[in-house]
Design a protein around this ligand. Structure first.
Ligand SMILES: NC(=O)c1ccc[n+]([C@@H]2O[C@H](COP(=O)([O-])OP(=O)(O)OC[C@H]3O[C@@H](n4cnc5c(N)ncnc54)[C@H](O)[C@@H]3O)[C@@H](O)[C@H]2O)c1
Length: 440
């Protein structure tokens, strides 16, 4: 039988005063115990996705949102009001994330900034003793991803990456079927991203909005003049701040590809072609892109694996009915998955054998994060897993930018025999900025 709701219970006129007092004392003690057990969190970057996290967090009785943090005063104000109206208390609203990290009472931070801040914020947070939920792609470049893993491990912190499909029941089920051999040996896979994007135009440098601390927003990235087609959210399509649509929406399915293929390493060869075939605007990343990743395994037949990523951000065609999808090709069948929709499993002669529908489960991914903080277990999208998925996006973008095959040492995490490509595994930072990760 469910516990009686306390408020309804007190309304019961058959309950004597002594009984009510005793009940009230018990409830107070229980509330105090629950309050002390609540996770105290800060949300860093309550923009589009950060607000989605915030809405989820304020609805969670086991969480107290103590801070919101954003260099944009308008967004900061909106976020603080959202918390106040949902939770009844005003969080501290700060524009510099160091204030959140300095507060010892904060257990965990959610980092939903633009990509160029993900690794710097995560590393600083881990070193300040915080657990971190960081949005995907977890890094802006390959070197930063490795430094994030090291920061999580040296501080023994839980770092969950925002690829929420890792906690979504239908995707977990599909991956289990693949592991159980439902389509035989899987040697190849395909990932596609065909979300339609818009033209961001051409813009000239101008003053940033009065509400935005643009210097703080730029952070450790090189300072460049503000222009109107950097915001809102369009920073994604700029090399200094984002990772293109491969790192933006592609990364969800790229992560699933590695999971379904059972990969626990990086690829050794990456071949790519692509560029801007459609948009005549300031976007720097390709709108059309084909990348092949090859994993040699032990070199024997049956051990080599590959997957192909294809992207067209302008075409209305949704492949297999999914605008973002995965296909896993096995010796006995194929599994086609759209992580926001569901999946279908076909056996020999394309016979439909099984299917399931489902959506990305953000609450479950939050819950997994909090459970792991309490238990000390590795989360579903642990930072090492997130680093491997993000590295694929970075490698694919580098190979596309250079228009040739690049070779990668998966152990040293270095691009080999290519002096032009090798530095692109890292980035150039603003000289002397406080958030530049050590060792980058
Ligand atoms: N998991 C998902 O399904 C999903 C969906 C959408 C976006 N995302 C990810 O979320 C992140 C944010 O995307 P968005 O669309 O919400 O972008 P956005 O630009 O709307 O929001 C980013 C916010 O971060 C703030 N910010 C910038 N620098 C900051 C700093 N130093 N400290 C604190 N705040 C800072 C910005 O002012 C802005 O309010 C991206 O990495 C994106 O890939 C994930």
């Amino acid at each position: 039988m469910p516990d009686p709701n306390r408020r309804d219970f007190l309304k019961d006129t058959t309950l004597g005063l002594a009984g009510a007092a005793a009940l009230s004392a018990t409830a107070t003690t229980a509330r105090a115990a629950a309050a002390s057990d609540r996770m105290v969190v800060g949300v860093i970057g309550p923009g589009g996705m950060g607000t989605a996290h915030l809405k989820q967090l304020v609805a969670n009785p086991d969480v107290q949102v103590a801070y919101v943090c954003d260099p944009d005063a308008e967004r900061l104000d909106k976020a603080a009001k959202l918390v106040e109206s949902a939770a009844g208390t005003m969080p501290k609203a700060v524009k510099d994330l160091r204030h959140v990290l300095d507060d010892k009472s904060v257990d965990a931070v959610f980092v939903a900034t633009p990509d160029h801040w993900h690794a710097p914020a995560t590393i600083l947070a881990c070193d300040a003793g915080k657990h971190v939920y960081v949005e995907k792609p977890c890094s802006h470049n390959i070197r930063e991803g490795r430094l994030m893993v090291e920061a999580a491990r040296r501080n023994n912190r839980v770092v969950q990456v925002g690829t929420q499909s890792r906690s979504s029941e239908h995707v977990v089920r599909a991956m289990q079927l693949l592991r159980d051999g439902a389509i035989g040996d899987i040697l190849a896979a395909k990932v596609w991203n065909s979300q339609r994007r818009r033209n961001i135009g051409h813009a000239a440098p101008s003053d940033p909005p009065a509400t935005l601390d643009y210097d703080l927003w730029t952070g450790p990235a090189p300072m460049r003049p503000y222009q109107t087609n950097l915001l809102p959210g369009i920073w994604r399509w700029w090399f200094d701040f984002g990772c293109g649509d491969m790192g933006n929406d592609g990364v969800h399915n790229i992560d699933i590809a590695g999971w379904g293929l059972g990969l626990d390493t990086h690829p050794s060869s990456i071949a790519a072609l692509g560029g801007k075939y459609f948009f005549d605007d300031d976007q720097q990343f390709p709108d059309t892109q084909y990348v092949v990743f090859e994993y040699p395994g032990n070199g024997q037949v049956g051990h080599k694996k590959q997957f192909v990523f294809e992207q067209r951000t302008w075409s209305p065609y949704t492949q297999e009915g999914y605008e973002n999808g995965n296909a896993f090709y096995g010796t006995k069948g194929v599994l086609i998955l759209g992580h926001t929709v569901g999946w279908k499993l076909f056996g020999e002669r394309d016979k439909l054998v099984d299917s399931m529908t489902g959506k990305p489960d953000l609450p479950a991914h939050h819950q997994n994060f909090f459970d792991c903080i309490r238990s000390g277990a590795r989360p579903a999208a642990d930072v090492e897993v997130g680093h491997r998925a993000a590295a694929l996006c970075h490698l694919g973008n580098i190979a596309t930018r250079l228009g040739r095959v690049i070779h990668f040492d998966p152990v040293k995490e270095q691009i080999v025999d290519d002096p032009q490509a090798a530095p692109l595994a890292g980035r150039t930072y603003r000289d002397g900025h406080w958030a530049v990760p050590k060792g980058a």
